[in-house]
Design a protein around this ligand. Sequence first.
Ligand SMILES: Cc1cc2nc3c(=O)[nH]c(=O)nc-3n(C[C@H](O)[C@H](O)[C@H](O)COP(=O)(O)O)c2cc1C
Length: 401
Amino acid sequence: MERLKGKHILLGVTGGIAAYKSAELVRQLRQADTEVRVVLTRAAAQFVTPLTFQALSGYPVPTDLFDPGAESAMGHIELARWADAILIAPATAHTIARLTHGLADDLLATICLASSAPLALAPAMNQQMWFNQATRANIHQLKERGVHLFGPAEGDQACGENGPGRMLEPEQLLQQLVALFTPPFLAGVQVMVTAGPTLEDIDPVRYLGNRSSGKMGYAVAAAAQQAGAEVVLISGVSSQPRPERVKCINVRSAVEMHETVMQRVHQCDIFIAAAAVADYRPQQQSKQKIKKDYSHLKLELVRNPDILADVCALADGPFCVGFAAETERVVEHAQAKRVAKGADMIAANRVGLPGSGFEGDENALEIFWPGGGTTLPLNSKPEIARQLVELIGQHYKQTGK
Ligand SMILES: Cc1cc2nc3c(=O)[nH]c(=O)nc-3n(C[C@H](O)[C@H](O)[C@H](O)COP(=O)(O)O)c2cc1C
C-alpha cells in the first residue's frame, strides 16, 4: 500500500446500514500509514458512534457544521484543504442527491463543496433506490463532473433483497483508493490475466484440482486495471470477488482456459499467466459416477495444452509474463522455465510454506527477465501485484512490443 502512505483521506460516513463496515476501512487505512479524518452525518451517528471512529482514526470526529468549540469555527474549510482525497462510504441515496445539487446543509456536504480534492463515492442502498430514476440521473451527473464511483457491488442486501447496491468491502475500497493515486501508466494497454486453479473432471462428482486460490492473479488483474489498462481476467474456479472494472470470463478446465485464451489473445498487448493450470487431465471422463467396485483403480492421464508456451510462440504475440510455483530450487527452475517457454518475464514464488504462496494472503516473488532480475520481498498480495505490474509496465515499454 505504498501509494497510500502519508496521504490525507477524509472519510465521510452517511446514514446507511453499511456504516459499520467503515470502521474496518479506517483500521485498514491506518495500517497503510494513511492519515484519516472521519466526518459523520447526523443520520450516520444513528448507526455508528463518533467514538468508534475517533478511537480508530486518532482524531476527533465532528458531526456538526456549527461547532462553537472549534478554534476558528471554520472546520469545514480546514478539512476541505487538508484532504488529498474525500471518500464517502457508505454514500446514501440522500447524500448522493445533496451532492448532485451542490447543497451545503451539513458539515460533510459543505466540505465536499469547498474542496478541490478528488471525490469518491461508495454507494450503499436498497436496489430499488439504486434503480430509481432520480438516483440514476444523480449518479450520471456526478460521473460527468468527474466524481469517482467505487461500486456498488451486487448481491444479498440487508433488506432481504438481491441486486446492485451493496457497498464494496473495505479491502476493495482500499484498492480503489490506491487506483486513485496511481498514475495511469498502462492507459490504452490491453492486458489479459489468467488466474485460479483449473479443475480436471474425473466423473460428474470428482475432479483433479490444486490449491491455488486465485488471490494473486485477481490482485494482478486489479493492479493492472488500477494502472489504467483494460483488463480481461480468465479465471478458473475461485471464490475471490471480481475486481472492479475488470471483464471476467469463468472457465473450469485447462482445455477450456487454453481455448478461451487463444481466441482472445490477439487483442491483448500484455499476457500474464498467473493461473495454476493442471499439467495433466484424465484421459477419459466417466459420464457416470465411478462406483467403489474395484480394489484398484488406474487413472490414465494425458498432457494438457501449455497455454503460456503457446502464447509465447505466437508471431507478433503479446509481452508474456509467466508464473512459476516451485517448492524447491526456485531460482534455477524459474529461470529454466522462462527460457523454455520463451516468456519475456517470469515471476517465481515458493509454494508449500505456511502463510505465503497459493492460499496465503502474502507472497514474495523472484522475478527474471533476459539478462536481469529482482526480488519482491514478502508483502500483501495486492502490494506485490502493484509492484509486479509496475515492473511489467517498465519492461513492456522497453521492449516496444
Ligand atoms: C434502518 C435504516 C437503514 C437505512 N439504510 C440506508 C441505506 O443503506 N442507504 C440509503 O441510501 N439510505 C438508508 N437509509 C435512509 C437514510 O438513513 C436517510 O435517507 C437519511 O436521511 C440519510 O442521511 P445522510 O445521507 O445525511 O446520512 C436507512 C434508514 C434506516 C432507518
